[in-house]
Ligand binder design. Sequence first.
Ligand code: 13P
Length: 255
Amino acid sequence: MRKQIAAANWKMNLTLAEGTALMNEIVSNDITLNDKQAAVFAVPFPYLINNKSITDKAVNFFTAAQNCAAEKAGAYTGEVSMSMLESIGIEYVIIGHSERRDYYAETNKVLAKKVNLALENNLKAIFCCGEPLSIRDAAEQNSYIETQLKESLFHLSETQIKNFIIAYEPIWAIGTGLTASSQQVQDMHAHIRKVVANKYGQAIADSISILYGGSVKAANAAEIFSLPDVDGGLVGGASLVAKEFVAIIKSLKNS
Ligand code: 13P
């Protein structure tokens, strides 16, 4: 089985005290995850070390960064490098979230640099792709996603691509309460897996986790995660509520 992952993306929410209380409540549920499952918490930079001290105490729980710089080091005021993340023991990082692409003009080319830096610094990256509504309305989503993958990921070797997790997040479903239908999700995940298979072969495509993101909540997680090509979710709003996220983690496939 591919790794099944429930990833929380807190975005720019919660104080340290609120975040710590949320984590403690989630962890107090004693959720048992096997080695093919993981709960990943992408928290704001200032909380990473504190959060890692909590996730380190729970088996198969991990702390992630939400972003990182596209440069190695140097005069980039306000930026955080991949090597800094590695130096504090962080194992996961989100790359290419649509909010970064939209609000901070991150292009596929810039994201390819981040992808390389993640590899160099031994971080597992959750690489996000997803189309805006106009592209979906024009039925051009398949080629749009393919371009995002080709331009940022497909320069990698077969060994390198195995370190990546892909998250499909249709922009029109993020924070809107509008979830893509099960059919839309499965179709796109199967498409992504096919595109990866065409480039790297079926065995590698079958080993890569593809997460769905966009208004995932306790009430719809089990249905979405049960789809054959869905390997968990990347969750915004519902990850800020302990009961919701605990139920989402418990909805991961376990065999
Ligand atoms: P919501 O779950 O709030 O729709 O956000 C999804 C997302 O952007 C996760 O990265």
